[in-house]
Design a protein around this ligand. Structure first.
Ligand SMILES: Cc1cc2nc3c(=O)[nH]c(=O)nc-3n(C[C@H](O)[C@H](O)[C@H](O)COP(=O)(O)OP(=O)(O)OC[C@H]3O[C@@H](n4cnc5c(N)ncnc54)[C@H](O)[C@@H]3O)c2cc1C
Length: 362
């Protein structure tokens, strides 16, 4: 296999796989992934929700722009979302109603009709979003990996990047081979700043934040798979049906260093207790848990674009808790910017401001 490429993408999560799939149509592209398979870290650990009212302003624009492609590709399965606000979350409720698009406030009585397990007296307000969906994350990720291969891209798993030197072109030292390319795309997820530092950049202050998940049995004799996703507007718990079980998260955002994340049992227990106050269902058994890292830039917006040094180092990090739902649009945008093309008009029409995601803002 050739060791010289136009572009080397570091990381085979959804960010790296999706941008590489587009770029491989026009360039010789390799992906370097440190694990033995793509998707081992955050991409394989999400809640798999598409919620176009969730995220920082650039992520809202990207997520909304991704909608048509998601639906056309068959990657979404409709699932409504209901958010409840107890009296102490009035401020968050008003904030949500101020920026949302397409959601509607419903009475608590209507919320209870739609979700009879809602505990009496918990919610003061309720909001319904009928534009949300479950994402088939594995199918989406595999779609991009397949497109990447079909376009002639080379996947190098077990290739942890350990050094990056620019000498005319980039030399990428890995635990496998040493590869070379004109352009580097940093799609290393929680390790985004670690990779950037290898390339001689100043860290932007990317902060991985742990989030835990528990899988519990649903109520017996109930068709709970049709439940909406439910949670509080203050984001202290949420729950959704998945694969014949219920997924519950305490929705924590605990700052940690990049690592192979795992669930925090105490945090999970507290989250399940909050869920139990809101929902008339007693969780008696936790069947499985996992943790993942949602990584944020200091302003909560993604970091996408060439580095100011203008030496072929491209940032694609900081997708936070929205990296799957935004990926179809974000990958098209990032591929256009890597090539030096104009950003896709449909994405800009959703109100994206490139300066809000540019690495030059740090
Ligand atoms: C609990 C939880 C729930 C979530 N729910 C949702 C949701 O409902 N909807 C949504 O849209 N998003 C959700 N997210 C966020 C979403 O999962 C992430 O934004 C997205 O997966 C980030 O993708 P990524 O490719 O940037 O990162 P990753 O998937 O982590 O990929 C980065 C890759 O880079 C590799 N790498 C790192 N360093 C190196 C190196 N030196 N050399 C080679 N390879 C390297 C890693 O091994 C990894 O495979 C959730 C996240 C969590 C944790």
């Amino acid at each position: 296999m050739s060791k010289d490429f136009d572009i080397i993408v570091i990381g085979a999560g959804i960010a790296g796989a999706s941008v590489a799939a587009h770029l491989a149509a026009t360039h010789r592209v390799a992906i370097c992934e440190m694990e033995d398979r793509p998707g081992y870290h955050t991409t394989g650990r999400s809640a798999a929700m598409y919620e176009p009212n969730y995220g920082s302003p650039p992520m809202l624009a990207l997520t909304r722009a991704a909608g048509p492609e998601f639906w056309a590709g068959g990657f979404l399965m409709k699932r409504d979302t209901m958010f409840f606000a107890p009296p102490e979350q009035e401020q968050q409720f008003r904030h949500l109603m101020g920026f949302q698009k397409g959601m509607r406030e419903i009475s608590v009585a209507e919320a209870k009709r739609r979700f009879p397990f809602l505990a009496d007296g918990y919610a003061r307000w309720a909001v319904l979003d009928e534009h949300t969906a479950d994402i088939d994350v594995d199918a989406l990720h595999q779609h991009y990996l397949k497109l990447f291969r079909q376009n002639g891209g080379e996947m190098h798993c077990d290739h942890a990047v350990q050094g990056l030197e620019k000498n005319g072109q980039w030399t990428v030292r890995t635990t496998g081979e040493t590869l070379r390319a004109r352009i580097i795309v940093d799609a290393a997820g929680a390790w985004g700043d670690v990779v950037a530092e290898m390339a001689g950049r100043r860290r932007i202050g990317l902060q991985p934040k742990r989030r835990s998940m528990a899988v519990v049995p649903g109520p017996e004799g109930e068709d709970f798979m049709k439940w909406p996703m439910v949670g509080d507007v203050g984001e202290t718990w949420y729950c959704k049906p998945q694969s014949g079980k219920l997924l519950i998260s305490p929705a924590e955002a605990t700052p940690v260093d990049p690592h192979d994340a795992y669930a925090d049992d105490m945090t999970l227990a507290e989250g399940i207790a909050r869920f139990s106050e809101a929902v008339n269902y007693e969780v008696t058994r936790v069947e499985r848990t996992w943790g993942g890292l949602r990584s944020f830039a200091p302003d909560g917006c993604p970091v996408v674009g060439y580095d100011a040094k203008d030496d072929g180092f491209f940032w694609l990090i900081g997708q936070g808790g929205y990296g799957i739902q935004s990926s179809p649009a974000l990958s098209r945008l990032a591929a256009a910017l890597v090539r030096g093309d104009a950003p896709p008009a449909d994405i800009m029409n959703e109100g994206l401001v490139l300066a809000d995601i540019s690495p030059e803002r740090f």
